[in-house]
Write a protein that binds this ligand. Structure first.
Ligand code: XMP
Length: 319
């Protein structure tokens, strides 16, 4: 039997006892797990926690701003904001292979995080939002047991290179417990019930080479899609929904002229465990509204398609 206020008090006590007067560093991503870990550790040790938020240029619209607002302004957490978007895009230039993109983004993140960690005195701990399913997953054989065919461990190797002790206060919790804890700690509902977002971000939602122009188009399309899903009450009914940028051009008409622009694919799935998934049967009227808005509001997009592939054989992400 699980009592949240008691759990919070216990968890705070455990963190204080382990950490003592040391400093703790945490990579804040804006996702549920790192956010709840940050809020909990902050509750326990206040300014001994230093968070680092790395803007890799592959985030969703307003994501950096919202995260900074929630943590820095509202919760008074010490967050260092690093705008590394140019650096990431520079490193990604010319790379088209999905796994190579993942490795590049992961490596770049580790490098930047390390630089920031080196600037803080007395850091002894690296905090991570590892939850129980992550623990099980990395204990088993990756490809066979979980059916994982993409490399997901974006920041693997961080503790070793930094020579820090690991602090993982969510290690024994399931996702729904992490969410409950997040609410108890005063995190906004929207954040706590957010769909998962991959570490490499929009980097794996732009097919092939990543370019700044593509990230801007995709950010706008994705924001329209999510806004309309929320308005229609469909965000909560889907497990994950997002736009994908296809770097191919097709012909359309705009007024009296012919247009030749890029394509956006929409993906919305329902799943329990993300190992298998069904495409969501979104209402046609909703799809029509989303498509009209994307095409009318975004210059550079003249066609929208809806992904009707299940997993398997398709994966949830396009890369
Ligand atoms: P797939 O595309 O393999 O995705 O069906 C299953 C779930 O994993 C997420 N995903 C990732 N998460 N780094 C992550 O942190 C990654 O490289 C990555 N690739 C896929 C995906 O968003 C879905 O929730």
């Amino acid at each position: 039997d699980w009592n949240m206020p008691d759990y919070v008090e216990e968890a705070i006590g455990r963190i204080r006892a382990r950490v003592g007067g040391d400093k703790v560093i945490l990579g804040l991503s804006g996702g549920v797990d790192s956010s709840v870990a940050a809020a909990l550790i902050h509750r326990a040790i206040g300014d001994q926690l230093v968070c680092v938020f790395v803007d890799n240029g592959l985030l969703r619209l307003n994501e950096a701003k919202q995260t900074m607002e929630t943590f820095s302004r509202n919760l008074a957490v010490n967050v260092i904001y690093v705008d590394a978007s140019r650096q990431f895009l520079e490193q990604l230039k010319g790379i088209t292979d999905p796994e190579q993109k993942r490795r590049t983004i992961g490596r770049e993140f580790v490098e930047i995080f390390q630089q920031e960690a080196a600037k803080i005195e007395n850091v002894k701990w690296l905090a991570q939002g590892t939850i129980y399913p992550d623990v099980i997953e990395s204990a088993g054989s990756h490809t066979k047991k979980s059916g994982l065919i993409k490399s997901h461990h974006n920041v693997g190797g961080l503790p070793e290179t930094l020579r820090l002790k690991l602090l993982e206060p969510l290690r024994e919790l399931f996702k729904d417990e992490v969410r409950e804890l997040g609410l108890a700690l005063g995190l906004p509902r929207d954040l706590v019930f957010r769909h998962p977002f991959p570490g490499p971000g929009l980097g794996v939602r732009i097919l092939g080479e990543v370019k700044y122009e593509y990230t801007e188009l995709l950010r706008q399309a994705d924001a329209i899609f999510i806004e309309e899903l929320r308005n229609a009450g469909w965000y909560e009914k889907t497990s994950q929904a997002f736009a994908v940028f296809l770097p191919i051009k097709s012909v359309g008409v705009m007024g009296d002229n012919r247009s030749y622009e890029y394509v956006i694919a929409l993906r919305a799935v329902q799943t329990e465990d993300f190992m298998t998934a069904q495409w969501a049967e979104l209402p046609y009227t909703l799809l029509a509204r989303i498509s009209n808005r994307i095409i009318n509001e975004i210059r550079g997009i003249n066609r929208v398609v809806y992904d009707i592939s299940g997993k398997p054989p398709a994966t949830i992400e396009w890369e």
